[in-house]
Each structure stands twice: as C-alpha cells, then as structure tokens.
Design a protein around this ligand. Structure first.
Ligand SMILES: Nc1nc2c(ncn2[C@@H]2O[C@H](COP(=O)(O)OP(=O)(O)O)[C@@H](O)[C@H]2O)c(=O)[nH]1
Ligand SMILES: [Mg+2]
Length: 226
C-alpha cells in the first residue's frame, strides 16, 4: 500500500514519517527543508505501508505530481499552531485534491504540543476545505497519535476496497472461476485486479493453483470495517 504524506512546508511531514518508520527513512534535504522526498516503509498488522513525503514548497508541484501517482491514500499534514501557513495549506490542498480527487484522506492537525495549537474544530473554521474529512490531532515531534493516524488511513483504504477484498476472502480459495462468477467479470479483468492488489501486498496469490488469500492483517481490518 502506498500513502502520500503532503501538506505545506514545515508542517511536520518529515517528522511524522520519521516517527512512523522508526528512523528508517531516506530524506533529501538542504538546510533542514525537504527538497526532494522522504521515503520509508511502516507496518500495520504486518502489512507493509510505503510512505512518500513530498516537499511542501509551492514550486515543487511536479515532484508532488510524480509522487502522488499510484497512491492509495493521503495524509495531509497541517501546522495547527500557525495560522500564517493556512494560505499555503489551501494552495497545496487545491493542487493535490485536483491530482488525486478520489483517494481516502486524513488530515493531521499537527504540533498539538504547542500552546498555540488550534483544536480540530477551530481549524475547521479556518480551513473550510476540511469539511467532511476526518481530522486527527498529532504531535509528530512527541509521537502523539502518529500510530493512530497511520492505522486510520490504512483502515480507510481497506474500507475503500472492501467489496473486492471480501469477495477474495470468501471465494478466493475456490479458484479463479469462482471469483469471476462471483464478481461478474472476465478472467482477464480478474487477473489485472489481482496483480494490482498483489503489488500492494493486499493479497497473496498462487497463480498456478488460482488460489487467492488475504494476509491476516487485511482480514482483521476487514472484520473491523462494517
Ligand atoms: N512543536 C512541534 N514541532 C514540530 C512537530 N512536528 C514537526 N515539528 C518541527 O517543525 C519543523 C518542521 O518539521 P518537518 O518535519 O521538517 O516539516 P516538513 O517541512 O513538513 O517536512 C521542525 O523543526 C520540526 O522539529 C510537532 O508536532 N510539534
Ligand atoms: Mg520535510
């Protein structure tokens, strides 16, 4: 699974990714500002989650576009303590929601440890684009709520794909024919779906026997998403 971490410059994206991948991160920076990207692999219930942090400066739009390709979910990091950055947050939001209009998203109201940090409701008043999107307050610096943010976005992505994943869970052991029948699609289409999920490590496939299994973490998350 691939998750894009974006938001304005200095909102805490790199810090958040560092926390989530426990230091195993590749960063490209100059004077502490990410110019290229942050990348690391986190884990939720044994499912590897590839995190890609983008640069937050307006001029890095092309890089954000490239990094957004194939992303299954979005974490949008806002500095809750700094209203001066709201305009930039709006700008990046407009750009990214244009690039990936349909992927599941969570907003983190970061820097909650600072006295000036706005509570999620206050932040919603200031940033109207947040309407209808789940917000989780975090302190990336102190590691508060960071695991919850990751678990929540993974949950949303699994929920997004739950009709297909449920079909794989229920009929995956009976061969591809059972799945094509159940889903009402041709085998070629089924195979392309399966390759897509396999690439994201959301299914395990025995291509010769035509057996599809879900990793235990996915089964668990499916059980929680009713
Ligand atoms: N107080 C506080 N500072 C933070 C938090 N997250 C990040 N920072 C600081 O904010 C600055 C920018 O963070 P960074 O992760 O580099 O931001 P990025 O540009 O979005 O990648 C750094 O000095 C961080 O230490 C937080 O939750 N609380
Ligand atoms: Mg950074």
């Amino acid at each position: 699974m691939k998750i894009l971490v974006t938001g304005p410059h200095l909102s805490g994206k790199s810090t958040l990714i560092q926390q989530l991948v426990k230091g195993n991160v590749i960063s490209v920076e100059v004077d502490g500002a990410t110019v290229g990207l942050d990348h690391g692999i986190a884990e939720v219930l044994g499912i590897p989650i590839r995190l890609f942090g983008t640069p937050g400066l307006a001029r890095f739009k092309t890089l954000r576009r490239i990094l957004s390709e194939g992303a299954d979910g979005l974490l949008f990091v806002v500095d809750a303590s700094n209203p001066d950055d709201d305009a930039e947050a709006r700008y990046i939001w407009t750009e990214i929601s244009d690039m990936m209009p349909t992927v599941p998203c969570i907003i983190t109201a970061n820097k909650l440890d600072l006295r000036k940090a706005r509570a999620p409701d206050r932040l919603r008043d200031d940033l109207s684009f947040m309407v209808g999107i789940p917000v989780i307050p975090t302190s990336a610096l102190e590691g508060v709520n960071v695991e919850r943010v990751l678990a929540s976005i993974v949950m949303l992505v699994v929920y997004e794909w739950s009709p297909l994943l449920r079909a794989f869970e229920e009929a995956g052991g009976k061969g591809f024919a059972a799945l094509t029948k159940r889903l009402g699609i041709k085998e070629k289409k089924l195979r392309s779906y399966l390759r897509w999920f396999e690439l994201r490590k959301m299914v395990a496939i025995d291509w010769e026997k035509g057996i599809v299994k879900l990793p235990s973490g996915i089964t668990k998350l499916l059980g929680q998403s009713v």
